[in-house]
Design a protein around this ligand. Structure first.
Ligand code: SF4
Length: 385
């Protein structure tokens, strides 16, 4: 199978821009009505012509989402286990050169347990453990232990951490890891080099291949995304959609999902390079739903309550709720520690669940049995292609 890096070499920015610019309203209408969609259809759905056809796109997106996922929305919560980071990403509060004098901590086992217990008491069964890029503080051994502890409390544990090698992911899978979120942030190499100014994350190719390494190591849920606001959203969304489709084929035993983080409150001295408005985010989500009908869509509390409610029926399948973006934010006196970004949807878990019910959907705390994950970890760990 051709590597995705090679696929990207064909889909240069100029080629993608030209394809999108050449699309007409007729191309968009044809793309909406097709049962299977080509890359040309994807370009049409991301094009400026599609912005006046969001309603038919939304109807089709809703139909596809209900067909593949029913009327359910999974709920999860992030647990920041460390805010120590040696990387310097211009857009992030955790960057080594940002964050001022605010406290950097890495939770110990007892503290991780306290955070897990606090979230389990709120009903969560799915969590995402997060760290910065600090292998010295949050090593693979530390992360494996954190996954193991979290599995005592939750049916599903995922991580959003620095890119690991295949062996690193295997060690986490052995301890019960189910999911990996690894966002490329932007697929544009020039912008990528501009905003990633120190650390391993500067290695574009290593990060690009990370999600496939995780899939080959037996990770069952793989989540991709771009950080909206770094580059032209139409072009980045096109590359993201191609990457997701590539990973669906390369790691066919894993479920692929897309996240839609949007830069809102940026660190001092950094402005979004290509701001993305609400309507653009809606169009991107609809275009990707039509192109990738079976991909889960995750929406975090970076977006405000009203907008999250509005997006819910358009393809969202997982939402975080009641989130804290600082270590110790649920159970410890973590008020002094540095948070990664400001949460926009500050509703309680119960309020988010009520809102999901009010829209005619069922909030789901867990959608499979623990035993199933254990089986997958056993049979999926080695020899995957
Ligand atoms: S995005 Fe991740 S790697 Fe970059 S500074 Fe923030 S925590 Fe560190």
């Amino acid at each position: 199978m051709v590597s995705f890096e090679n696929e990207l070499k064909y889909w240069t920015m100029e080629r993608v821009e030209a394809l999108i610019a050449g699309c007409t309203s007729t191309d968009v209408e044809r793309a909406v009505s097709r049962p299977d969609r080509s890359v040309e259809d994807l370009a049409a759905l991301l094009s400026p012509c599609a912005s006046s056809l969001l309603e038919p796109m939304a109807r089709e997106a809703q139909r596809l989402t209900r067909w593949h996922f029913g009327r359910t929305v999974g709920l999860y919560a992030p647990i920041y286990v460390s805010n120590v980071c040696g990387a310097d990403c211009a857009y992030c509060n955790y960057a080594v050169r940002t964050g001022g004098g605010q406290k950097r901590v890495t939770l110990n086992e007892v503290q991780i347990r306290q955070e897990c217990a606090a979230l389990a008491a709120r009903g969560f069964q799915q969590v995402l453990l997060l760290t910065g890029e600090a292998p010295g503080k949050a090593s693979v051994a530390y992360l494996a232990e954190a996954v193991s502890v979290a599995r005592e409390y939750f049916a599903s544990v995922s991580v959003e951490i620095y890119a690991l090698d295949g062996e690193g992911y295997e060690r986490l899978v052995e301890r019960g890891l189910e999911g990996v979120s690894l966002y490329m942030e932007t697929y544009d190499r020039e912008t990528y080099a501009q905003v990633h100014r120190a650390g391993e994350k500067m290695n574009y190719a290593y990060r690009l291949e990370g999600i496939e390494r995780a899939g080959r190591a037996g990770v069952r849920r793989l989540s991709l995304g771009v950080l909206l606001g770094l580059f032209d959203w139409r072009v980045d969304a096109f590359w993201l959609a191609l990457h997701a489709r590539h990973v669906q084929k390369a790691c066919w035993q894993s479920a692929v999902s897309i996240s839609f983080p949007r830069l809102r409150n940026t660190p001092e001295g950094f402005q979004a390079l290509a701001p993305v408005g609400d309507r653009a985010l809606v169009q991107m989500m609809l275009a990707l739903r039509l192109f990738l009908p079976q991909a889960g869509f995750n929406l975090s509390t970076r977006e405000g309550a009203g907008f999250r409610d509005h997006l819910l029926p358009l393809g969202v399948t997982m939402m975080s709720a009641g989130s804290s973006t600082r270590p110790g934010g649920y159970s410890l006196d973590g008020g002094e520690t540095l948070d990664q970004f400001a949460v926009e949807d500050c509703r309680s878990v119960a309020e988010v669940a009520d809102s999901i019910r009010g829209a005619g959907y069922d909030p789901v705390w867990k959608d499979f049995d623990r035993a199933f994950v254990e089986d997958v970890a056993v049979i999926g760990g080695k020899g995957r292609t």
